[in-house]
Design a protein around this ligand. Structure first.
Ligand code: B12
Length: 385
């Protein structure tokens, strides 16, 4: 006979749904042994290069909830969809921003909800509950918890795929000393599908479930602070903040339900921003436009660097004046990428601008970049004749 009793677990989940979380699962606080092993191997293989904070100590913490909260018994794993309506139009010289950054910064939005959720846990149980919340930036392995709690399964692109909302979800965790009955992991896999691996332009998914950080466009456009390696620049295309290709091509995502969160709806122009506008932006305009947006993580300098690459790849001669202006920027990082972009667009006008800049440039790295760009454009000019 089935019992009609509403369990604490049911009440906890109901509470999370009422706050706007789309999927909720529960797992125990025991270590994520296989995930820890996989992550340590990833460091040894050099696939987490570029991330100085991603140390073996950090990996150990991320995979052992008991180290993160004294007396931890359970992890409540929550997923929230950010799938919103696609933009209708694309301006000629626009770039692309990964979907997760079209609306308000999810760290802030979700942490506010999680704090309310933790308060409500005490009302549900009628006792003092110790909890610690995590959304992305803390030392917690979000995807390992989501998998073991049955929220979703690991896709070959390493993203957690959920049956209802695909991989278009933010993950959040609450580690708590509440002793809750765990859910079971899903028995789903990607089967034979390798679309994400085949379609990644930089070949960053070097094996199923393995991303080489330094090749991932998301890393190159958001986390990398210096110059984008020259050979990768053409492959970055028009992405200026993150990348969604491995999610866009995923068949599971075709059937994903949309987000009901107003905070994650697209801010006007955020999905396909005007690249020339970015190149002309000053710090005050940047801070105002990207207040409470995840995009501010690149800083103005990183966004301008990315805008140069995208303009070069778009190849529109209408962007030559803006790039020529960027060749006079104070920061050599911008001058280097503007020079590259002009070289990629090519043609006599771009070459003349580069030669003119060479006469007054003092920075050796920029001089090298300008010379290379002039040479490549000249070779292309000859080929076209
Ligand atoms: C560092 C990081 C990145 C780095 C490194 C990416 C990476 N693959 O780890 C960069 C900057 C590249 C990145 C990019 C993105 N990220 Co990120 N990122 C993180 C962060 C902070 C840590 C992830 C981590 O520890 N990686 C280390 C590696 C070792 O872990 P892993 O790749 O997940 O590998 C696991 C599996 O492969 C599994 N595994 C290993 N072998 C095998 C074998 C089998 C058979 C199976 C089944 C599993 C398996 O074990 C590993 C350890 O758990 C998390 C937040 C967090 N605190 O957890 C967000 C997080 C993973 N990122 C997220 C997002 C949204 C993105 C982007 C989609 C953003 C974008 N559009 O640009 C891209 C996606 C790129 C990609 N395909 O991974 C979300 C993912 C949501 C989801 N549905 O999974 C997270 C969870 C943030 C959040 N809280 O919502 N990210």
């Amino acid at each position: 006979m089935r019992s009609n009793t509403i369990t604490v677990e049911d009440q906890v989940k109901e509470c999370a749904y009422s706050l706007g979380f789309d999927i909720v699962g529960i797992t125990g606080a025991e270590p994520f042994v296989n995930d820890e092993r996989a992550a340590l191997k990833r460091i040894d293989d050099g696939h987490m290069n570029g991330y100085s904070w991603y140390t073996k100590d950090r990996v150990q913490k991320m995979n052992r909830p008991e180290l993160l909260l004294e007396g931890a018994r359970s992890v409540i794993s929550l997923a929230t969809s950010y799938l919103t309506t696609d933009p209708d139009t694309t301006a000629p010289n626009s770039g692309r921003v990964a979907r997760y950054a079209w609306g308000d910064d999810y760290h802030k939005v979700l942490k506010t909800k999680l704090k309310e959720f933790c308060m409500k846990l005490e009302i549900i149980t009628g006792e003092k509950v110790h909890s610690r919340i995590f959304v992305d930036d803390g030392p917690m392995n979000d995807r390992a918890a989501a998998r073991r709690s049955g929220v979703g399964w690991f896709g070959k692109n390493t993203n957690i795929l959920t049956p209802s909302h695909g991989s278009w979800v933010f993950l959040a965790q609450v580690i708590t000393d509440l002793n809750l009955k765990p859910d079971v992991p899903l028995k789903k896999t990607c089967g034979n599908c390798v679309r994400c691996i085949d379609d990644c332009p930089t070949g960053a998914i070097v094996a199923p479930y393995v991303i080489d950080n330094e090749k991932c466009i998301s890393y190159l456009t958001i986390e990398l602070r210096g110059a984008v390696p020259r050979k990768l620049r053409p492959l970055v295309g028009d992405w200026i903040f993150g990348c969604d290709i491995c999610q866009d091509v995923c068949p599971v995502n075709r059937k994903a339900s949309k987000s009901s969160q107003l905070s994650f709806q697209q801010r006007p122009g955020f999905s396909t921003p005007d690249l020339v506008e970015i190149l002309n932006m000053d710090q005050t305009e940047f801070s105002k436009k990207f207040k409470d947006s995840a995009i501010k993580r690149t800083k103005l300098l990183g966004l301008k660097r990315n805008a140069c690459i995208a303009l070069g790849n778009n190849g529109d001669i209408a962007s030559i004046p803006a790039l020529s202006n960027a060749l006079k920027a104070e920061e050599s990082l911008i001058r280097i990428h503007a020079a590259w972009a002009l070289g990629r667009i090519g043609g006599e006008k771009a070459i003349a601008i580069l030669e003119n800049a060479l006469a007054s440039e003092k920075d050796m790295e920029t001089i090298d970049e300008i010379r290379l760009s002039i040479n490549e454009s000249k070779v292309n000019l000859v080929k076209e004749e």
